[in-house]
Design a protein around this ligand. Sequence first.
Ligand code: SF4
Length: 468
Amino acid sequence: MKKVRELTPKKIGLNAWSNQFEKISVEIIKKYKYYNNNEWGIYLSPPATFMVYGARELKRLKFDNSFEALRMWGFVFNETERLFRARQINKKVIATMGDLGTVPVLVLSFPDCVPFYPECLWWTPFFKESTDLLDTASKLGLPEATCFSRAVASAFYKKSYFPKPDLIIASTGASCDDYSCVMQNVEDMGYDIMWIEIPYRKSLEFLLTRPKQQDLEKTKSGLVYIKKLEEYLVKEYHKIWQALFKLTGVNNPHRFLETIKKVNRLRSLVLEIKRMNSEADIAPLPALELMTIEFGNLYGYADFDEWVEIVQMIHDMVKKRVEKGIGVLKKDAIPIAWVTPSADPYLLNLVEDLGCRVVETEYVINQAMVQIEEDIEPFRALARSFINASLIGSTEERVKNIKEKIAKKLIKGVLITNMLGASHCSMETRIIEKLLDDVPVLSIDVPAPFGITQQIRTRLEAFVETIK
Ligand code: SF4
């Protein structure tokens, strides 16, 4: 590829990307492939290709102009094709749901098993600018009073977004009730679901009995928990291991250790990208790409090895940008934190256009950010890593990092994106607003496709004015 690396970093639209793409040589295009397959595994395409295939929102979005980001988008948008290919070449496709980032570590420890998260399809109505999946969900008995995760029930119903999974592992317990209802509907459609229970991590003051010191443990990030939680999760993970053993006929603990190392490598790369992004004078990467990278930690977009290489490439590019003092936003962009992922990716672009930069996030996926200990028994290590989950603890614990950054004056405001119709998120939003009362906090409901009105823009503009 000629010159693209030397371009000044900026955000560009589809036409500009198509022009840049013409400069990429065939050798480079053939170099990157999923499942390491030379014949049909190529995924580099100009983003406009995916718009033609139906991701119509891409025509409104702006992307980082680096080759590294192009590689990432080509890979991410190719996921549906990849999952169907996986089935064609006899890989086992495993749906993992609700735990956000831990069960895939077990799945990846078995050869030719590809984990994926059906709930990530909640972005699809926005990318496709279509209410079809949401309307179908209403017909299936999940009306507007349920969050966008109801798109998942429609995807199972329609059978065209991913192949029928060989195994579906869904978490229940300390998970969201909206999502649980969605999955119960999927079960009613005739899908077999293996339920595992994730426990609630109670704060000590809420425990009925005062536990003895020897019954307590502390995660590396300082969360105190009852050891029984860990034991409980280990039992659940053993159940999953047995199910995967039955499915594949393979039982190789060594591979489990290797997977943990690989997962840790990805997690540390992503943490470092986040750190560089928040500390640099000029934001080296746009928020849209950053959110996509954070979510990749969950399962590697259905080809974990290739995803790690993509993130390594982005990491190296971000490092160079930081060293050169260049980036994609203005130097005076206002630092904010973003709480709960936005189902509509366009909002991330919009907030940056209004003059903000995202320097901290709480997307309920921090369990997929922590290092899994490599020097203790691996099931226990996996359980301990999950105990850090922001989705199984109190709201106070969830916003701790943001509060710390506010205290250091590194964050000037917090934006919370609620899901329209979500019960779980909106309940927690009010508590978060109260806890973060040291800075202006704006919470907005993410409307269904085509719903970003002038009123929402005006509220965002007013928020930016307040924190300037
Ligand atoms: S209500 Fe919130 S936590 Fe629950 S599925 Fe929807 S977005 Fe996720």
